[in-house]
Unconditional design. Structure first.
Length: 178
């Protein structure tokens, strides 16, 4: 009897966590392009948007980790989201930029630059505009997708930027910066 009470309690807690995540989804999103797709990240996570600058390569990092940049005396890692998401690499152009985001690492908040093809706009997304991430079948985990926003006849993929890099990858980046 106790085992079923515990699992019911765990299910209730998971449901509350899921509900809290859903409740946090409406709000302002910075939208950007990667290839032909548009993505959005919560404006509250964005610290800065800058043009592409010299990135210092770091040996023995995955291909999507472009290296590090010096942001006002602080060294931060830079990740190419195109490569992270398995899109083909393209030469950086005039619209290519680095979005500096604050993510929650195991050691606390951490700044990270993400390279995107271009920044579009800031959108106010309501709860009615957001649909849950569809189920892509077994073996396809999408914890980094908050949901799908239907805006102006298009679908924008809302990212949970804290989840884009796994805890293991973040730990590796932390070690690179030490």
């Amino acid at each position: 009897m106790q085992a079923s009470a515990v699992s019911t309690q765990e299910n209730a807690q998971q449901g509350k966590a899921q509900q809290a995540r859903v409740d946090q989804r409406p709000g302002k999103y910075l939208t950007f392009e990667l290839g032909r797709e548009e993505f959005g990240i919560q404006v509250l996570k964005v610290r800065e948007i800058m043009g592409v600058q010299d990135i210092t390569a770091v040996p023995q990092t995955p291909p999507y980790v472009k290296g590090v940049i010096n942001l006002r005396g602080k060294v931060i890692p830079v990740v190419d989201l195109r490569l992270k998401f398995g899109l083909p690499e393209v030469e950086y152009g005039q619209r290519t930029c680095i979005i500096v985001v604050q993510i929650q690492g195991e050691a606390g908040p951490m700044l990270m630059g993400i390279v995107v093809d271009g920044v579009s706009e800031v959108l106010n997304v309501t709860a009615a505009d957001i649909e849950d991430t569809p189920d892509f079948g077994n073996g396809v985990a999408t914890p980094y997708i908050l949901g799908m926003a239907k805006v102006k006849g298009k679908v924008k993929i809302l990212l949970e930027i804290d989840q884009v890099l796994t805890a293991q990858e973040l730990q590796g980046l932390d070690q690179v910066l030490q």
